[in-house]
Write a protein that binds this ligand. Structure first.
Ligand code: AVI
Length: 320
């Protein structure tokens, strides 16, 4: 047992219950949809890690390079003795760069929806950072939640990398930033945001040659089969991810390749040939459009870093 590692604490209801409701509700809608947060069971989280390594998916390596290049400056802006709270922690790889640069961090609090995955990755981190207090929380940060105070509370600094903010519609993204601001009790937020760019490059990032994004997308159906006893035929759906240039977003769908019926919990759902099931949007921002949204959410944008090709941006926002 690692002494610096607190027990996994669940702070919102289990996502498994809501997955059933979400799929039943989403399949009854027109157009059909399933929320993208359900991609991230253990299998989906591992597929997402593979996406991050793909040559076409420039986001991760560009953001990591930005973090490495500016870690000293970021650490100085965060200040010393902070509790770093990561929203949607995933593989915990990027935070290592911050932890290595941070001035005497009080604790690291990763929050993730996938408890199984979080408990695996957090154990490895605890072994590598034996002096750091680690407090893993399982929860859904897309819902209002309370982050419990530490026994000796300190200033918080939020970390929200990977342009996950782009997976929310702009209004929901602003509401989320507002909630994060309140969770941070006056602390700042470091957020990674993918930028508007050449549509061909964006299209390639979500339609990789190795087909990993297609597997990631279809894992939603595989998950419904595994967890809910649905009978989706994965070969009867195609991954489809066009860039909607007018709305500045990638839209991701699973398109039914034939007329078919899917059965789940005793209910039958008809799919027409060519009917889409919407699974994700990934909004892209300009530096200015993101800063405007952050201001409307009650933050003051203090610093922004971007790469030479202006593919990706990292913003340090302070609470007003
Ligand atoms: C997590 N999120 C920011 C990714 C994105 O790029 O929107 C999820 C993803 N979907 C397909 N590829 C990656």
């Amino acid at each position: 047992m690692d002494t610096n590692l607190a027990r996994l604490q669940r702070i919102t209801p289990t996502e498994a219950d809501s997955f059933a409701d979400t799929v039943l509700d989403g399949l009854a809608r027109s157009p059909k949809e399933i929320a993208c947060k359900y991609f991230y069971d253990e299998a989906g989280s591992r597929l997402f890690d593979q996406i991050c390594e793909l040559p076409e998916y420039y986001q991760t390596r560009t953001e990591v390079a930005l973090l490495k290049r500016h870690a000293g400056e970021i650490a100085a802006l965060m200040g010393s003795g902070v509790e770093i709270v990561e929203f949607g922690a995933g593989s915990l790889r990027k935070v290592r760069i911050l932890l290595d640069a941070a001035h005497n961090p009080r604790a690291y609090t990763p929050l993730d929806i996938s408890g199984d995955y979080l408990s695996d990755v957090v154990r490895v981190l605890a072994a590598d950072y034996p002096a750091l207090t680690l407090r893993p929380l399982v929860g859904d940060f897309t819902r209002p939640l309370e982050i419990p105070a530490l026994s000796t509370p300190s200033r918080r600094a939020g970390f929200f990398p990977g342009s996950t903010i782009g997976n929310f519609k702009p209004d929901a993204a602003m509401a989320l930033l507002r909630r994060m601001r309140s969770n941070l009790n006056g602390g700042g937020l470091l957020v990674g945001v993918d930028l508007v760019k050449d549509p061909v490059r964006l299209h390639a990032a979500y339609n990789d040659a190795a087909g990993v994004t297609a597997l990631f997308n279809k894992n939603l159906l595989a998950r419904a089969n595994r967890e809910l006893g649905a009978d989706f035929d994965l070969d009867a759906f195609a991954h489809y991810a066009p860039y909607n240039a007018a709305a500045h977003r990638i839209e991701m769908y699973l398109v039914s390749l034939k007329r078919q019926t899917v059965t789940l919990a005793g209910r039958h759902f008809e799919f027409a040939q060519g009917e889409p099931l919407h699974t994700e949007d990934s909004h892209k921002y300009t530096i200015e459009s993101f800063r405007e949204m952050a201001c409307r959410a009650g933050f003051s944008p203090r610093a922004v870093w971007t790469d030479e090709d202006r593919l990706f941006s990292m913003h340090w926002l302070e609470s007003r």
